[in-house]
Design a protein around this ligand. Structure first.
Ligand SMILES: O=P(O)(O)OC[C@H]1O[C@H](OP(=O)(O)OP(=O)(O)O)[C@H](O)[C@@H]1O
Ligand code: HPA
Length: 179
């Protein structure tokens, strides 16, 4: 697995420091509010579990599972909801946690859908953002790192479902896609 990585873009230490910084900001933002942190599976799983342990106030968590990439490196543009939130979000402050925002199609679709359920607020937090790839405009409130237009893997982010367990973010060697 490590041999498939062409370059490391973010080291494990850089990610740990950024997650702590984001957690500190979120602690202040949501102090005294009823916070529901919603992870978008599967990619956000690793980031979300580290992030919530850096948010030092009472909170609840839930998950949604959506898919728009399948095994491809380009979004299919069709967002499928595979698992929904299991509780009412009415009156709650929602923090949606993503591993990566690319075209913006996933979050645009999700936020519009969740707004109809009347939460008190919806904010977005992503570890990685690729603004150069945006097709839909989405307001992202908390961004860990802005990244170049390259296909990234690691720290929850996959290629064909592999590489999610790498502790850093990297790009694959070109020959991996040709396999
Ligand atoms: O901004 P977009 O172009 O919509 O891309 C972002 C989405 O793509 C990835 O999910 P994916 O559909 O690959 O599923 P996964 O989380 O299970 O890997 C990622 O976790 C985001 O949810
Ligand atoms: O760069 C990426 N890598 C993996 N999955 C993704 N989904 C959106 N962008 C990416």
């Amino acid at each position: 697995m490590q041999n498939d990585i062409g370059r490391v873009l973010l080291s494990e230490a850089e990610i740990v420091a950024k997650v702590k910084e984001l957690g500190d900001k979120l602690t202040e933002e949501y102090r005294g509010k009823e916070l529901l942190v919603v992870g978008i599976l599967k990619g956000s799983n690793v980031f979300m579990s580290d992030l919530i342990r850096q948010i030092n106030i009472p909170l609840k968590i839930d998950f949604m599972m959506v898919s728009s990439y399948g095994n491809a490196t380009e979004s299919t543009g069709v967002v499928k909801i595979i698992k929904d939130i299991e509780q009412s979000i009415s009156g709650k402050h929602l923090l949606i946690v993503e591993d990566i925002i690319d075209s913006g199609l996933t979050l645009k679709y999700l936020t519009e859908m969740l707004e109809t359920r009347k939460p008190a607020s919806i904010k977005l937090c992503t570890l990685l953002d690729k603004p150069a790839r945006r097709k839909e405009n989405v307001d992202v409130d908390y961004v860990g790192f802005e990244m170049p237009d390259e296909f990234l893997v690691g720290y929850g982010i996959d290629y064909a479902e592999y590489y999610r367990n790498l502790p850093y973010i990297g790009v694959l060697k070109p020959e991996v896609y040709e396999k």
